[in-house]
Design a protein around this ligand. Structure first.
Ligand SMILES: O=P(O)(O)OC[C@H]1O[C@H](O[C@H]2O[C@H](CO)[C@@H](O)[C@H](O)[C@H]2O)[C@H](O)[C@@H](O)[C@@H]1O
Length: 293
């Protein structure tokens, strides 16, 4: 373990140190993974995000194993997540921070697919329109003559994500401050903070809801979740609740990076994630081979 006084508990572990035995030897494993910052290193341009090739290979190997399910849980909308991640066949997808789901084949592959892509209610559509109008008005408020077109605003089905990566601190703070003001008129708009983003969402689902849906649909005996951002804390908490209530025999929560967390384990970055996933794929393959022979 690396002891770095600037990183709060848990300390950073090397991929070889993380206790994977309960996942590798589970009767039924569901491994859920955040995309940006975990499988894919963070990029200035969100459309260029791609999985680390070793992680892609490891989750493809895991997805081919019996009694083993891989799921991606992301703030991206599902269409974008599917396109960028090139997730392996059989992988389940949770998008829009838990509001969208595509789970093909339920527990043991027998149940009907779960597809969740809810319509906007009239009130939500009104809020999204108000968000767009509010963000457009930014050009009149930023010192220095910058306008909305100088910044990246990502349009997603249930939200708008204002990107501030690479922007001068003063402009980023002004943009963030302006974006969140819309909540004064529409308190049901949810402000989601992330790495250099401020997201304004009109659905209330969280990644915790995504984790609970995955557990219900997959009926695993063990689950793991890897995440790097603020929104992943909802997923960690949900997984801990499932483990504490004995809905699962075992659960592993793992934070990627140095931010505060309620997860039990921490590793450094997406390169370490790739090494960890490679190890899990090898150990689970070996375990399943041993029980099969
Ligand atoms: O839940 P995630 O899969 O981690 O998605 C969260 C957000 O990811 C994207 O933004 C982040 O990654 C970008 C590309 O590396 C980076 O430029 C940005 O600073 C990060 O916050 C995505 O663009 C958002 O829509 C997601 O909500």
């Amino acid at each position: 373990m690396t002891t770095d006084p600037t990183v709060s508990a848990p300390a950073v572990s090397a991929p070889a140190e993380v206790a994977l035995r309960d996942l590798a030897t589970a009767d039924s494993l569901l491994l859920a993974l955040d995309f940006d910052g975990v499988l894919a290193p963070l990029q200035d341009d969100p459309s260029t995000s791609r999985m680390v090739p070793e992680s892609a290979a490891a989750i493809a190997a895991l997805a081919r194993l019996p009694h083993t399910r891989v799921a991606l849980v992301s703030g991206r909308d599902i269409a974008t997540l599917r396109q960028l991640s090139q997730a392996p066949d059989g992988a389940w997808l949770i998008g829009s921070h838990g509001a969208e789901a595509e789970l093909e084949g339920g527990a043991h592959g027998a149940s009907a697919p779960v597809v969740r892509s809810p319509e906007l209610t009239p009130a939500e559509a009104e809020m999204l329109t108000a968000i767009d109008a509010h963000l457009d008005a930014f050009e009149h408020t930023l010192p220095g003559g910058h306008g909305t077109s100088d910044f990246l605003i990502e349009a997603k089905p249930y939200s708008r994500t204002v990107h501030t990566r690479g922007i001068a601190a003063e402009a980023a703070a002004a943009l963030h401050g302006h974006a969140t003001e819309v909540v004064e008129e529409f308190p049901d708009i949810r402000v989601i903070e992330g790495h250099d983003i401020t997201e304004l969402a009109v659905k209330q689902a969280t990644k915790g809801d995504g984790i609970r849906l995955l557990a219900r649909a997959g009926e695993p005996t063990a689950m793991g979740y890897l995440g790097d951002d603020v929104t992943d804390e909802d997923a960690f908490a949900a997984l801990d609740e499932l483990t504490d209530s004995r809905a699962l025999d075992s659960g592993l929560t793992l934070k990627v990076g140095s931010a505060q967390t309620c997860a039990s384990w921490r590793i450094a970055d997406p390169t370490a994630v790739a090494a960890l996933l490679d190890r899990l794929a090898a150990e689970r393959t070996e375990f399943l081979r041993s029980v099969d022979s």
